[in-house]
Design a protein around this ligand. Structure first.
Ligand SMILES: NC(=O)c1ccc[n+]([C@@H]2O[C@H](COP(=O)([O-])OP(=O)(O)OC[C@H]3O[C@@H](n4cnc5c(N)ncnc54)[C@H](OP(=O)(O)O)[C@@H]3O)[C@@H](O)[C@H]2O)c1
Length: 361
């Protein structure tokens, strides 16, 4: 048993896959020992809750965090009951540097290179190669904590999908669903018309509720707006039947890039789109891009995104921060985390906001 004075760290853990409202809990654990050689101790500043984090806990996502034997001493994590810390993305600060670490110093802001690092936590010991410094652009220009915490998943996904499938030129058109998601627009709306205004302010030309996609008058309105242009790129995070309707808006030789299935429905596309219009359908996964590209390419992409952020071409997602106070018991913290996961999963009361966890420590 540890004295509570030493239990200054916390993490959201699960020991089996299932309904996050039942399987996640918050545990406290002792101070980290000094970092091993070639490793650093980091303190997480902000860690988002992304849809894929929920899927990892449910066990329906093709990625799994490593089991954490080091937590066995505080309860979960025995050989019989492996324990995992949730969370893939986050912004952290280097606190202590181990022997032989070259490129990192105490105080550096970093994001994770290693997927499923267990970012829903106060801190961790990580290999120096498992994190990458957040770029600074120019002398003083820097990005916000929220932008740093959310820069590894959604912005690069959007950037790569826009750049790697179709060569877009000024004046070209693209169509996307889930346009109010963090990947798409990073937007908040209390009703459709304010959502529409906000998306237009971010650069959308025409905004339609999904249900109207197959409506004739809506489709002719789109033709009018685009002047009948050949739309060659469609981005899909919803899947299900409405995506077939979106594909109907595309011109010849277009590309559909699917990166999510928020509707939890299969993607059913009309065969005619392939035969008569030469449609090409792709899947995109940012993690695969990270696996297939070296660290230098990753740094280039991060720099590019940071430049877009400091010039305000890429804004921080609309968000809310869930603070877990140091004084909250593990049970209270567990309730808070479960409540917010329930809201994120149902979408109720979230108004499109990305939730970020912040543990006081
Ligand atoms: N492949 C990749 O590399 C990659 C990278 C990043 C994200 N993603 C995926 O992209 C998707 C969006 O991620 P995010 O972080 O942007 O999430 P987010 O900000 O939480 O946005 C979720 C979006 O999904 C919509 N949605 C939820 N349930 C829906 C349903 N039943 N039918 C239609 N639309 C629904 C929401 O619309 P309402 O608010 O109107 O419900 C919202 O636009 C997720 O599937 C995520 O896993 C994939």
């Amino acid at each position: 048993m540890f004295s509570t004075n030493f239990l200054t760290n916390r993490a959201v853990v699960f020991t089996s896959n299932g309904d996050p409202m039942k399987v996640v809990r918050v545990v406290s654990f002792p101070n980290l020992p000094p970092p091993r050689p070639k490793s650093v101790n980091i303190r997480y500043i902000l860690s988002p809750i992304n849809p894929s984090d929920i899927n990892v806990i449910e066990g329906v996502y093709p990625a799994k965090p490593e089991a954490r034997a080091d937590l066995a001493q505080v309860g979960p994590g025995s050989a019989e009951e492996p324990c995992f810390i949730a969370g893939n993305e986050g912004l952290a600060e280097v606190q202590e540097v181990g022997e032989g670490v070259g490129g990192l110093a105490s105080g550096d802001r970093v994001v994770m290179v290693k997927p499923q690092s267990g970012t829903w936590s106060t801190g961790a010991n990580v290999g120096e190669q498992d994190v990458i410094k957040v770029p600074k652009i120019g002398r003083a220009a820097t990005i916000s904590e929220v932008q740093g915490a959310t820069m590894s998943v959604n912005p690069p996904t959007a950037y790569n999908m826009l750049n790697n499938f179709v060569e877009l030129r000024p004046g070209d058109w693209i169509v996307q669903n889930g346009a109010n998601s963090a990947v798409s627009a990073q937007s908040l709306w209390p009703g459709f018309s304010s959502l529409e205004n906000e998306l237009k302010e971010l650069g959308a030309t025409h905004v339609l509720p999904l249900e109207l996609l197959s409506d004739r008058s809506a489709r002719s309105r789109i033709k009018e707006v685009t002047g009948g242009a050949n739309i060659r790129l469609a981005l899909n995070c919803v899947s299900g039947p409405t995506t077939a309707a979106m594909v109907g808006l595309l011109g010849p030789d277009a590309h559909l890039v699917s990166y999510g299935a928020m509707s939890k429905r299969p993607l059913l596309l009309p065969t005619s789109a392939f035969i008569f219009k030469g449609l090409t359908a792709h899947g995109f996964m940012q993690n695969r891009w990270y696996r297939e590209n070296d660290l230098e390419k990753r740094e280039e992409l991060m720099n590019e995104l940071a430049k877009l952020m400091v010039t305000r071409k890429l804004r921080e997602p609309r968000h809310m921060i869930l603070d877990i106070p140091r004084t909250a018991s593990d049970d209270d913290a567990t309730s808070k985390v479960r409540d917010i996961i329930e809201k994120v999963t149902s979408g109720k009361g979230m108004f499109g906001r990305k939730v970020l966890l912040r543990f006081e420590n």
